[in-house]
Design a binder for this molecule. Structure first.
Ligand code: NAD
Length: 481
């Protein structure tokens, strides 16, 4: 007999407890060998003053079981609360978020009858690093961080996932025509890793047109890997156009731990009414069963669920006249799935899971050698309001800090000095680029001296960014304008 696998379960908020009850009832009746440790997370914990929404003993359980089945939670209104999802993903190193979106035509209404797309979203970095600053009266900043190891992990995972699940193609979405360094790195790593999987097709789309194509002809996509923010937005779009966000589950995978959930939230207005659709969480739990090595149970549950769906037994959110036969509540839907355990769908494609190899395969890329880093200049950002770009340029030209020399001033990335256009709108946030004279090497002490003199001249430097060459290639963007 299969030994019981310990898992940590959180019932969450809003509709969470009802859908979790339904899901646990279904998978346990189907024979899931699990030992449940329950933790409390979410609104009540936040309101007790725990800013992460999760107490230390909950973390202990997660680190012990390494498997987390999580219902959605409500983040209380108002500031000061950290996103529990983002904290959990980052703290446990859950670097890949896997979100399949499948249509169930003709039983659930969709304009895309043959859609079957898996979005693999980078889960730990990008704009979700949560590093934001207000720098001047007018300007706020959010740092977008893309790392080589972060990109390698999620992209290799996407190719391994595609291979393990008999998928044919991996697509990358980026915006590297604009963000040449950050998204450019993601794209470069994608190309490097794609070359190691000649059995799989690969392609890259700029995210805007890629998103339009995904919304229009999703059947042309298979597995798509992308940075965090694009993945967050587009996986909801994909789930919705497949039928409903209420139908999509998600797996958050790390090297040690994994978390499984629905992609939707806690739907507080539906709470306690036995109306919510438990399918998203159930499909998350099915991914969990495969992950913990119980693919036979996952297969039984998934096929019973498909059978209930194709018989038109639908919760309110997916009920449509013509497609649906019987409108049921959360608990009755769970009963309908349980009653069909052992059956397979007739019209929809039967599912069969096998043992999936462990996909925790991250290894440092062999494509990359450590580069020689050379400091060649510095961008000094100033909070400055009083006058025109020329006044600022003239004043900064008087600040001498050999070998650093003022080259260019930009405002929101557009060149305004020298030779700016009078039409360019300027805020109080100025980037002043100083470079070493004649390519002379710059030292940190030169930057410190420059800052001192800029401050002594009466300016307010709000931050600096050092400008480096890596093996002679600029590690900073060129100036527009
Ligand atoms: P939501 O996903 O809870 O609801 C959006 C819409 O979808 C609502 O109309 C809702 O009734 C419907 N819906 C969602 N799940 C459904 C289901 N299973 N069955 C039937 N209908 C369903 O999004 P929201 O209203 O923006 O957020 C509500 C709360 O959930 C917020 O506090 C938010 O912070 C939180 N949230 C949590 C998670 C999570 O824990 N993973 C994710 C997203 C939002």
């Amino acid at each position: 007999m299969t030994p019981r696998t310990p898992i940590t379960v959180a019932y969450g908020d809003g509709i969470g407890p009802e859908i979790m009850d339904a899901v646990l009832r279904i998978i346990q009746t189907a024979g899931a060998q699990i030992e449940i440790e329950t933790i409390e997370i979410g609104e009540k914990v936040y309101l007790r003053g725990v800013e992460t929404g999760m107490e230390p003993k909950a973390w202990d359980s997660l680190r012990r079981t390494q498997v987390f089945l999580k219902a959605p939670i409500t983040t209380p209104q108002g500031g000061g609360y950290k996103s529990l999802n983002v904290t959990t993903r980052k703290a446990l190193g859950l670097y890949a978020n896997v979100r399949p979106s499948v249509s169930y035509h003709p039983f659930i209404y969709t304009q895309h009858p043959s859609m079957n797309v898996v979005i693999i979203r980078e889960n730990e970095e990008d704009l979700y690093a949560g590093i934001e600053h207000r720098q001047t009266e007018q300007v706020y900043q959010c740092l977008k961080l893309i790392s080589r190891p972060g990109s390698e992990k999620v992209i290799r995972y996407a190719f391994e996932y595609a291979r393990a699940h008999n998928r044919k193609k991996v697509t990358c979405f980026v915006k590297d025509n604009i963000m040449k360094l950050t998204d450019g790195l993601f794209h470069k790593v994608f190309n490097e890793i794609a070359a190691e999987y000649p059995d799989l097709e690969n392609e890259t789309w700029i995210v805007d047109i890629g998103a339009a194509k995904l919304a229009d002809t999703p059947e042309n996509f298979d597995v798509i890997v992308m940075p965090n923010l694009y993945g967050d937005v587009l996986s909801d779009v994909a789930a919705q156009i497949a039928g409903s966000v209420g139908l999509a589950g998600s797996a958050n995978i790390g090297d040690q731990c994994a978390m499984f959930e629905a992609i939707h939230g806690s739907a507080p207005r539906l709470a306690g009414q036995n109306k919510a659709n438990p399918s998203g969480l159930l499909l998350g739990a099915i991914m969990m069963l495969v992950h913990i090595g119980q693919p036979e149970v996952a297969t039984r549950v998934h096929n019973a669920w498909l059978k209930a769906i194709e018989e038109g037994i639908h919760t309110d959110d997916i009920f449509t006249e013509g497609n649906s036969r019987q409108k049921v509540g959360t608990a009755e839907f769970a009963d309908a799935v349980i009653n069909r355990l052992g059956e397979v769908p007739i019209m929809l494609k039967t599912v069969s899971y096998g043992k999936v190899p462990s996909l925790s395969l991250w290894r440092k890329s062999e494509h990359h050698q450590k580069a020689v880093k050379q400091l060649v200049g510095v961008d000094v950002f100033l909070d400055w309001e009083p006058g025109s770009p020329n006044e600022l340029g003239n004043a900064l030209m008087q600040v001498l800090a050999d070998p650093l020399q003022l080259r260019v001033i930009t405002n929101r990335g557009i060149k305004v000095w020298p030779d700016g256009l009078p039409e360019t709108f300027c805020t109080d946030h100025w980037r002043c680029r100083f470079m070493g004279r004649d390519g002379e090497t710059v030292r940190s002490s030169h930057v410190v001296e420059l800052l001192k003199r800029v401050a002594e001249a009466g300016f307010d430097p709000i931050k600096t960014e050092n400008l480096y060459l890596f093996d002679g290639v600029p590690g900073f963007s060129a100036v527009h304008g």
